[in-house]
Write a protein that binds this ligand. Structure first.
Ligand code: FES
Length: 108
C-alpha cells in the first residue's frame, strides 16, 4: 500500500518553485505553482532532462532541455509529444506537506 511521506513543512509559499527530493526511494519534484502543490516525476521522459531545472507555465512544467511541457495535474505531455510524466497525490496538512509514493522495487 502506498504510504504518505512527509516531504516539506507547511509554510506559505508565494513564489513558484520546483524542488527535487526523494520520497520512498524515488526521485520526485515537488512543485508549487499558483499557490498549489504538485508532485511529479523528476526526470523528463524525452531524454532524461531534470525537471527541477525547468519552470512552470499555464499549469504545466516545462523541461529545460528541449522545452517539452507536461500538465501538472495529469502528467500528460503537450499535444504532439505523445508522452507523460508520473504524478503523485499531495496532501497539505498543518504538520507538513505529504506525498503518496509507492515504494520503489528493489531486486537486492
Ligand atoms: S529531455 Fe526534456 S524535453 Fe528533451
Amino acid at each position: 500500500m502506498p504510504e504518505w511521506i512527509k516531504v516539506a513543512e507547511n509554510m506559505p509559499v508565494k513564489e513558484a518553485s520546483i524542488r527535487k527530493l526523494k520520497a520512498n526511494g524515488r526521485d520526485i519534484c515537488l512543485v508549487v505553482f499558483e499557490g498549489k502543490y504538485y508532485a511529479v516525476s523528476a526526470k523528463c521522459p524525452h531524454a532524461g532532462g531534470e525537471l527541477a531545472g525547468g519552470w512552470c507555465k499555464n499549469g504545466s512544467v516545462v523541461c529545460p532541455l528541449h522545452r517539452y511541457e507536461y500538465n501538472l495535474e495529469t502528467g500528460r505531455g503537450a499535444a504532439g509529444q505523445g508522452d507523460y510524466i508520473d504524478t503523485f497525490p499531495v496532501k497539505v496538512r498543518a504538520d507538513g506537506v505529504f506525498v503518496q509514493v509507492k515504494k520503489k522495487w528493489r531486486l537486492f
